[in-house]
Every structure is written in structure tokens, then in C-alpha cells.
Design a protein around this ligand. Structure first.
Ligand SMILES: [Zn+2]
Length: 163
């Protein structure tokens, strides 16, 4: 089900400028028996560039997702224009993103970028499964920022053009 309960409260997309967003409520609540097709958290999704932002689990009002959406700073105006966004606002629905974080093994705690990372199940060093960023570095990497993947080249492959 798609609803847009807070349309007027939504800011334009910080990535593409579109004002065309939809709000997807959670598909289950705390009392719903587990089903892998259910999503516990609400999502705000931009229909212009298909980037999205999630909210708190079981927030049927969707307000947490809307707040997270509105908290993002437009790329051209925020964070020195570097395009990096706070990790708290990153999508946790399996979307691949780029992460920036701290390499805790480095003697100077150097910042580092890891590309094509999604949120999902990971196995820790004890063999236990939990949900986390799938960067493959375990506790040695602490994400602090994220950004969406760049779009593919628009004119580099003539073979992909439709007839
Ligand atoms: Zn957009």
C-alpha cells in the first residue's frame, strides 16, 4: 500500500531535486508473526532517482522516515558540498551505497571509503548472524557517512540504447 500522509511536509530530494516522493508504511507491526517479505520500518522513496531513506521500526506514522528524509542536507548546500550524508540517514533496505568510515586498525584512525555496501545479515567472528553494513571488515571499520552510488555512464555504451 502506498500512502503520502505528510506530502506538504516533505522537502525536495537532495540528490535530484524532485518533489515526487512516496511514503511506504511498515508492512507489519510488533505482533505480526515473522515473514521475510514484511518490512518493519517505513521508507520515503524518491521517484525521481529511486534513492530512499528508512525510519524507525514499527513507526506506522512514518514520521521518523520523513524526519530522516528532511534532515538530509542538499548536496550542493551541505557538508561543504562533499555529498557525504550522516550514516544515521542511510537506507537499510538492501540498497547498495558507498560508505565513509574510520579504519580502526590504522594507527592514525584514517578515514576510508568502501564502495557498493548494503545493509543486511552479516556473520560476526563468533559465528553469530546480525544485521549490519556488509562491508566485510567487521568491527575494524566504523561507518560515519554514506552517499548513493553514482549513476552509470549515460553515453559510454551504444549497445545498450533502445532501437
Ligand atoms: Zn531524487
Amino acid at each position: 500500500m502506498i500512502t503520502i500522509p505528510h506530502e506538504k511536509a516533505m522537502k525536495p530530494c537532495p540528490f535530484c531535486g524532485s518533489t515526487d516522493q512516496m511514503v511506504l508504511p511498515p508492512t507489519c507491526d510488533r505482533n505480526t508473526p515473522y515473514n521475510e517479505n514484511d518490512r518493519a520500518f517505513p521508507i520515503v522513496r524518491c521517484l525521481g532517482c529511486i534513492s530512499d531513506i528508512s525510519g524507525k521500526d514499527f513507526d506506522a506514522s512514518c514520521q521518523s522516515a520523513i524526519d530522516n528524509w528532511n534532515r538530509r542536507i542538499p548536496i550542493e548546500a551541505g557538508n561543504g558540498g562533499d555529498g557525504w550524508l550522516p550514516i544515521e540517514t542511510a537506507p537499510k533496505d538492501g540498497t547498495q551505497i558507498d560508505l565513509w568510515g574510520i579504519n580502526l586498525l590504522h594507527h592514525a584512525k584514517k578515514g576510508e571509503r568502501i564502495v557498493n555496501v548494503a545493509w543486511g545479515p552479516v556473520i560476526d567472528w563468533m559465528g553469530r548472524e546480525r544485521d549490519d553494513w556488509q562491508h566485510g571488515r567487521g568491527g575494524d571499520f566504523q561507518p560515519t557517512h554514506w552517499r548513493p552510488l553514482p549513476p552509470p555512464p549515460s553515453s559510454s555504451n551504444e549497445g545498450e540504447k533502445q532501437p
